[in-house]
Design a protein around this ligand. Structure first.
Ligand SMILES: CC[C@H](C)[C@H](NC(=O)[C@H](C)NC(=O)[C@@H](CCSC)NC[C@@H](N)Cc1ccccc1)C(=O)O
Length: 328
């Protein structure tokens, strides 16, 4: 079978939320190709933590079965996280259904998740080896669904300030231009990781990337790479400054940002549109804007939603490869 759901941008493309049916209850969740736990806000959480959220009511599901003795605890790169106990239930994502999916029921969530009332949890879509459930590690929705999918794939069609889609089991060729190009994924770290050795602005000299590795992370807002690449890119932008107060590079909102090409698996260069690199204004007047490409100190670059807004991306769990093509 196949399954397709909307991916709705929230708060200026900070994240994308999709409806998921769990045991008859529908929650808007953040599909995250950078982690491997499906966890939800639920009725076990403190009233304070539940405030503003749609929670999964553990008493209401006819099909929820608690997994005795099972717990989870997950931490994310931004310092956020959640922890709790575990059950299994039927999960239906746009028609793709798994009857016994591990549902991780938070009993504690960090402040940033409590404050983000639009999101009621995450659907981890990285590799199951990253799943944090103990004593028995659990499989992701994609791993569980794969045997019954028409094709062992899911796709991310994320749009700038517009509703896009996640689809399981098929690649909708009407959603992208030209031929999709594919690269090998290295699953060692449990991410959708591929080599990405260089960036290029126009026909300027390509910029090398320390470590030369990147992950495709639908749950990260920006595109995070080395400071050297960030500085070289914004050197093309009049008035770009690294503003510590704001926490990254800003520039005049009316800047003409150049496109940025990045290497995928050493086999092709994919493009990020300059317009997508203008992420959001930092001031009420809308004169100063925050860049979508920012620096991290890591040998592993994180290509988040800024990249997905320019590229339609297919994740192939059958042969562990990643496909990209410019959106239609
Ligand atoms: C500090 C935690 C480190 C980064 C590491 N954790 C991870 O790598 C986890 C699985 N993945 C993440 O922290 C990041 C990828 C980091 S690359 C190393 N992806 C998940 C993130 N987008 C989830 C999220 C969504 C919305 C709001 C906030 C966070 C670990 O557990 O060791």
């Amino acid at each position: 079978g196949t399954g397709k759901v909307t991916a709705t941008p929230i708060n200026g493309d900070v994240e994308y939320l999709s409806p998921v049916n769990i045991g008859g209850q529908t929650l808007n969740l953040d599909f995250d190709s950078g982690s491997s736990d499906l966890w939800v806000f639920n009725s076990q959480l403190s009233t304070a933590s539940q405030t503003g959220h749609t929670v999964f009511n553990v008493a209401k599901s006819q099909t929820l079965q608690m997994m005795t003795g099972a717990t989870y605890s997950i931490s994310y790169g931004d310092g956020s996280g959640s922890a709790g106990n575990v059950g299994t239930d039927t999960v239906n994502i746009g028609g793709a259904t798994v009857t016994s999916q591990a549902i991780e029921l938070a009993t504690a969530v960090s402040a940033s998740f409590v404050e983000d009332t639009a999101s009621n949890g995450l659907v981890g879509l990285a590799f199951s080896k990253l799943n944090t459930v103990k004593p028995t590690q659990q499989k992701t929705f994609f791993d569980n669904a794969m045997p019954n999918l028409a094709e062992p794939v899911f796709t991310a069609d994320l749009r700038s300030n517009a509703v896009g889609a996640y689809e399981f089991g098929a690649i909708d060729t009407s959603k992208f231009n030209g031929t999709m190009q594919w690269a090998a994924v290295n699953t060692t770290n449990g991410f959708w990781q591929f080599s990405s050795e260089k960036f290029q602005v126009g026909d300027a000299t390509p910029m090398a990337v320390p470590g030369g590795q990147a992950i495709a992370d639908t749950g990260t807002t920006l595109m995070l790479t080395s400071a050297a690449v960030v500085n070289a890119y914004y050197a093309n932008v009049q008035g770009a400054v690294n503003d510590q107060q704001v926490g990254g590079v800003t520039f005049p909102c009316n800047s003409q940002l150049p496109d940025l090409q990045f290497d995928v698996g050493g086999s092709f260069m994919a493009n990020v549109k300059g317009s997508d690199i203008n992420f959001a204004p930092v001031d009420n007047a809308g004169t100063t804007c925050f860049g979508g490409v920012q620096a991290i100190q890591s040998n592993l670059q994180i290509y988040g939603d800024i990249m997905f807004k320019s590229q339609f991306v297919a994740f192939n769990g059958g042969n562990n490869s990643i496909g990209m093509a410019p959106h239609q």
